[in-house]
Design a protein around this ligand. Structure first.
Ligand SMILES: Cc1cc2nc3c(=O)[nH]c(=O)nc-3n(C[C@H](O)[C@H](O)[C@H](O)COP(=O)(O)O)c2cc1C
Ligand code: SF4
Length: 463
């Protein structure tokens, strides 16, 4: 295994090892501080981070506002409070070593306001911001204002080029580097676009090289790092990327692997589950209300959504040659294909007798519990993402005229619940596609849960 040489990141020479930010409560001040303490970079999540009362107990988010907009504002205020609390913990835990980053999802509701609030309230405690999901044009301007380095997360050279040309070329001083996240392998939301086939993963080397070439074309030196994320497990498999003149400085970001460490905030039950997974247990799908692809464990939560989507049938309000069968739902009438009649009827017979339309002109069939859940979740919406397909709320226009999509779900509810004691089978479990490595990796033998210190030591050995 090649020696990992420290490189300049966020204003300091650090080990090129980064803990990937994970919201909600997938990475926090404690885990980030532990990664920094080992000389690398720790990243706490800025999405609904926990904050504490005077006795140090977690204060669960509460909402008193009546309207979505009021709740949205409360959500932002609580996220700022939590972000500052996590920054302080991370700083303390780091003992002055390494660097601390905050992660924001650009398409999260109030992302700009939250970033301003946290960076303002946690001056000198946070050294960098990583930000993905969408094109975070304003990231450079916001980070530079607080003299904090910024790292857009992209999955292609093209995304970097767009961001650079339109925005970042004006904020060069605090441009920290690029996080290249493999859109086929990484846990959480994935940056697949229409240009990529979800079923045909591409070689990361060529894609990363393209990013480097685009960076050079933009005038950035090869010392500016590319942080490689997605599918990184043991560095013995990445030796060709280290000290590679063509690629320049690289660092490695781990998202899934740090979830099973003592300092990781995820529940013990989730850690145990991760140790048992097999190839194929994580699937790439498009149910997220952000509209992005994402990678998560196929559990009963996802199976419900899969069923709903697989069993949907196209419809029209008017009869056509193709949609020629009149299907009645009480006083409502839809035209579906005659060949879909059996499919629709059998769902109704099996208790999926509540019919809802989707924005793609299909009918989905829900049982009472599912329909009640959807209604309740929309009622409790706090505007956690800037444009939500599940509630059809946007932070710019409020409730839009678009039909809300029952094939999606409330991501805030499920991730918050999971991060605060919720049951694994009822919730979305983001994880990367290499999660099956836990089962065979000797580090986790007999259910061992390592500390971040142990994990970083193994990673440095290439294991
Ligand atoms: C549970 C989980 C939650 C995640 N949440 C976020 C997030 O909120 N923001 C983000 O930019 N990336 C998020 N990620 C991506 C990680 O930061 C990291 O880039 C990715 O997991 C790396 O790929 P790997 O899973 O193969 O290690 C998440 C990943 C996981 C597994
Ligand atoms: S419905 Fe849920 S996921 Fe959608 S914006 Fe509201 S809180 Fe967020």
């Amino acid at each position: 295994m090649k020696v990992l040489n420290p490189i300049m990141m966020s204003g300091k020479k650090v080990l090129p090892l980064v803990e990937g930010g994970k919201g909600i409560n997938g990475s926090d001040g404690k885990s980030a501080g532990a990664w920094a303490r080992e000389g690398g970079i720790g990243t706490f999540s800025g999405i609904s981070p926990d904050f504490y009362d005077e006795n140090g107990n977690v204060v669960k988010e509460t909402y008193e506002g009546k309207s979505r907009l009021e709740k949205h504002k409360e959500m932002i205020a609580q996220a700022i409070r939590g972000g500052i609390a996590q920054a302080k913990i991370a700083h303390q835990e780091s003992q002055g070593n390494g660097r601390i980053h905050i992660n924001m999802l650009w398409e999260s509701g109030g992302a700009e306001e939250i970033l301003h609030g946290v960076l303002d309230g946690a001056k000198k405690l946070v050294h960098g911001v990583t930000c993905g999901a969408g094109l975070p044009y304003k990231l450079g301007e916001i980070a530079s204002k607080y003299e904090v380095y910024y790292y857009p997360i992209v999955s292609s050279a093209r995304a970097f080029q767009i961001l650079w040309k339109r925005a970042y070329s004006n904020f060069v001083d605090f441009f920290g580097g690029i996080v290249y996240e493999d859109p086929w392998l990484a846990g959480g939301h994935n940056g697949l676009t229409n240009a990529e086939d979800p079923k045909r993963p591409e070689d990361p080397y060529e894609r990363i090289l393209k990013v480097r070439k685009a960076m050079e074309k933009a005038g950035l030196s090869k010392d500016v790092p590319i942080i490689i994320a997605g599918g990184v497990w043991a560095l013995k498999d990445w030796q060709d990327y280290i000290d590679n003149e063509e690629l320049g400085n690289v660092a490695f970001q781990f998202g899934t692997r740090p979830m099973v460490t003592k300092e990781s905030p995820v529940s013990e039950a989730f850690k145990k589950l991760l140790l048992t997974l097999k190839k194929g247990d994580v699937i790439l799908q498009k149910f997220s209300p952000t509209g992005f692809f994402s990678s998560a464990i196929k559990n009963s939560f996802l199976e419900k959504l899969i069923r709903r989507t697989e069993e949907q049938v196209p419809f029209a309000k008017e009869k056509s040659d193709e949609l020629d069968y009149e299907f009645k739902d009480g006083s409502k009438s839809y035209f579906i294909k005659s060949s879909d009649y059996q499919k629709a009827e059998s769902q109704i017979r099996n208790g999926y007798n509540i019919i809802q339309t989707t924005p793609d002109n299909t009918l989905v069939f829900l049982n009472q519990q599912e329909a009640d859940g959807i209604k309740e979740d929309r009622k409790n919406c706090v505007g956690c993402i800037s444009a939500c397909s599940f509630s059809s709320w946007t932070q710019y226009e409020g409730l839009t005229m678009k039909s809300p999509d029952p094939r999606s779900f409330c991501i805030h509810k499920t991730l918050y619940d999971l991060g605060h004691g919720g049951r694994l089978e009822d919730n979305l479990l983001f994880a990367g596609h290499q999660v099956y490595n836990f089962a065979d990796d000797p580090l986790y033998k007999n259910g061992h849960i390592p500390t971040v210190k142990e994990l970083v030591a193994k990673i440095k050995l290439g294991l």
